[in-house]
Design a protein around this ligand. Sequence first.
Ligand code: IMP
Ligand code: MG
Length: 193
Amino acid sequence: MLNKQSTSTKNIAANIETILYDEECIKQRVKELGSQITRDLAGKVSSENPLMVIGILKGVIVFLADLLREIDLPMELHFIDMESQSAGTRETGLQELDGRISAAVKGRYVLFVEDIVDAGLTLSFMTRLLWQSDPSCILVCTLFSKENNRMMDIELDYVGFELPPVYVVGYGLDHDEQYRNLPFVGVLKQHNR
Ligand code: IMP
Ligand code: MG
């Protein structure tokens, strides 16, 4: 299965059991998502009212870097770091951390970008918080979705791939902070999990 691995990451790729999505396949899908977003939002955002793209750190960075370059619309880029918030201080911490984001959201088109929506807790929390700042519209784009694991009722506007309930790494996604630099997405060998 490892016939399409990149030579630049062959050391870490040795820990991968199966590649689920190779570089070409991801690239093609990211292109399609970018075109779809561009088509849907053309005429709704402008240089006076640019799209607010909000990336949820940090698994999203690789996907987001590629997606941005496929969106042909005026836009601003923001990030929210959920991982730095402990459960007890999440709400207040985020409001303080992202005061600049909430101040700018009123009347805007917002596109949340995620790497994976699993149970949906992160996204449900983020959208609930952001609606308080009165945006015109919140759209959600995720590269992967694990619908079978969902605990929250959330609407996804753009989904790259529907995943089976397996843990995947690569293309920004980690296992204990490693493997984000793999150019493809796959499942780790049993003894590396
Ligand atoms: P949720 O709040 O349960 O939807 O969790 C989503 C977050 O969990 C993602 O943004 C990832 O950071 C992490 N996550 C869920 N599934 C995976 C996976 O298969 N690989 C890597 N990270 C994952
Ligand atoms: Mg994440």
